[in-house]
Design a protein around this ligand. Sequence first.
Ligand code: BT5
Length: 261
Amino acid sequence: MISKEKIESCLKTKILGRKIHYYQVLSSTNKLAKNLALHGASEGTLVIAEKQTEGKGRLNRKWFSPNGGLWFSIILKPKIKTFEASKLTFPISLAIAETIRKTFNLNVEIKWPNDILINNRKVCGILTESVTKEKKLKFVVVGIGLNVNINLKEFPENLRCSATTLKEELKRNVKLEHLLCELLFQIEREYELFLNEDFRKILERWKSFASFLGKRIKILMNGKLYEGIAEDVDNEGKLVVKFLDGTVRNFVAGELKYNFI
Ligand code: BT5
């Protein structure tokens, strides 16, 4: 069980998690966080659930969220242009990857745009949802799903080959509250840098986790499959792909695959 008191006592942040909404069971932390933000919840508000019954991925996909994981959402209110909100996944995924590497000494990778992988298997997903009013960015809900103390055999069969958990990798359980506090601390740090610093500097560090760069990749976008070399991620966060005929295209979104045979 996650203890709200334990979270409060290990928090080192200034704004993230200073207001906590804790639930044993919730449909989706992102859904509730969005609702709270629409009703005026402050920046940094954290929604966390032990278990989600309708955990959401991107494009209405489902996120498997049983007991033992960290399923949480944070409300952010960055003073940035609406089109820049999609860049937020970069400081967030960088903070998560850095925390996992530093805390557990695990070899972690980031797969564009928003997956955290260990040994080529997904351990964490991020869902960023922006709400705008009259074209202005009102708030962003960042939802993070991290597989922690879960055995792989509890996963639905179709995910067992593509997913992993920290417990599977470390062969032990991890203290959820401590890990959450560390994650929030790093996320806040990277978020502040994102607001005050050149995005390119964050991207540079992000790229050190991006082992797909330079590799042969396939990318599925709007039902169409493209194949080429992942050349770079540009300063807008778009994936630059060089096709076999030499032409280059920048992708805003899509499903990336690499390390295939
Ligand atoms: C994501 O979507 O990776 C974003 C996941 C965000 C989940 C968090 S949990 C807290 C917050 N509240 C929510 O309701 N959501 C957020 P996407 O890139 O679309 O990946 C979804 C795909 O990952 C699914 O279609 C499955 O193939 C796979 N998947 C589902 N559950 C998984 C899990 N627990 N671990 C690894 N892979 C999973």
